[in-house]
Ligand binder design. Structure first.
Ligand code: NAD
Ligand code: WQD
Length: 336
């Protein structure tokens, strides 16, 4: 079985490639490397001892994308490719809609031309906006707070409509909560370009003295210690969720949506403390004002994925921090 992984050189994509290869699947990666390095794929080969095919192609380039579908007998697609910086999406909405939504439409068109009927799409907990209660189930109403989230929402709707028009199409929407951690080998992990937008890579860059201190965005939220609470999930657990989802698509489920989270929330200060414990390094921090658009708390009800996919996020906060630390301390400059 050949799986096309769009955005496979990126953070979650590279970890998913490892799990796919370990499962004996053939893997073809399409990535324009706009936010990643091809070195991640060399590391995937090192970890697994297996080969994969890589094409540096933009999803918007329909001609070259078509060539890849001609060359390989693709059975399923895992669609990670997209830009993911929330703040940048507010400044450059056109770029986000074009790259993420148009890029997805081009991919779906080529899939249809070649009769590819299985797709797993990387959505995000951001589609729930500010939830009215917790934990968040898949039935919660959706709302948008920024163009990045709106693009995810649009792509979900497009996939829903495509599946309604073609009942042979199997679509799994995976709404990730907060992916962190790295592969146990320390060979692949998150390697943000420039200043990290997310908390965990910021903490780990402070730990290797690349940055002086963590800015804690607000301590006046309605949470136990006043700082934001999130559902952190180990990236390898998340990658394994994709394998379970692909298996599920073989039973022709039609259109399905799953939350992939651990189902437990931790605050910013709890994450900092856990990282200090895992690394043995003190993490200086300073409380600053709230970040625009942030919500107080978010965590998943992952029961549906557990019962229908037979998947649960197994690793806890300690392992998430230990594995992030191994990756960051062994690769202080990322893949460079
Ligand atoms: P990432 O930036 O590491 O990976 C995305 C990859 O897509 C990159 O390698 C990038 O070069 C590639 N890409 C972007 N636009 C492309 C295009 N037009 N054509 C070809 N390749 C393109 O991000 P990630 O953290 O691995 O996220 C993967 C997916 O999961 C994204 O869709 C993201 O929105 C979604 N997601 C991520 C998080 C998170 O916190 N990391 C949370 C929820 C959802
Ligand atoms: C976590 C907590 C911050 C950075 C974002 C996207 C979401 C998804 C995952 C893609 C919050 C606080 C953060 C810092 C801080 N991405 N924080 N100092 O905001 O839950 O989700 O990434 O789909 O769409 O919005 O994750 O890691 O940015 O923040 O205090 O330097 O850490 O306020 O409470 P978030 P995050």
């Amino acid at each position: 079985m050949t799986v096309l992984v769009t955005g496979g050189a990126g953070y979650i994509g590279s970890h998913t490639c490892v799990e796919l290869l370990n499962q004996g699947k053939k893997v073809v990666v399409v990535d324009n490397l706009s936010n990643s390095s091809e070195k991640s794929l060399d590391r995937v080969r090192e970890i697994t001892g297996k080969e994969l095919d890589f094409y540096q192609v933009d999803l918007l380039d329909k001609e070259n994308l078509t060539e890849i579908f001609k060359k390989h007998e693709i059975e399923s697609v895992i669609h990670f490719a997209g830009l993911k910086a929330v703040g940048e999406s507010v400044e450059k909405p056109g770029l986000y809609y074009h790259n993420n939504v148009t890029g997805s439409i081009v991919l779906f068109e080529v899939m249809a031309e070649f009769g590819v009927k299985n797709i797993v799409f990387s959505s995000s907990a951001t589609v729930y906006g500010d939830p009215a209660s917790l934990p968040i189930t898949e039935e919660f109403p959706l709302s948008q707070t920024n163009p990045y989230g709106t693009a995810k929402y649009f792509i979900e709707i497009i996939l829903k409509d495509l599946q309604t028009a073609d009942e042979d199409l199997n679509v799994a929407i995976l709404r990730y909560f907060n992916p962190v951690g790295a592969h146990k080998s320390g060979k692949i992990g998150e390697d943000p370009i420039g200043t990290p937008n997310n908390l965990m890579p910021f903490i780990s860059q402070v730990a290797v003295k690349k940055r002086p201190e963590v800015m804690v965005f607000g301590d006046d939220y309605d949470t136990p210690d006043g700082t934001g609470v999130r559902d952190y999930i180990h990236v390898v657990d998340l990658a394994k969720g994709h394998i379970k989802t692909l298996d599920h698509l073989e039973s022709n489920p039609g259109f399905v949506v799953y939350n992939l989270g651990k189902g437990k929330g931790y605050s910013v200060l709890e994450l900092i403390k856990a990282f200090e414990k895992a690394s043995g390094v003190e993490i200086p921090y300073k409380v600053v004002g709230r970040r625009d658009g942030d919500i107080a708390s978010s965590w998943a009800d992952p029961a549906k994925a557990e019962s229908e996919l037979g998947w649960t996020a197994e690793m806890g906060l300690e392992e998430m921090c230990e594995d992030t630390w191994r990756w960051q301390s062994e690769n202080p400059k990322g893949f460079n």
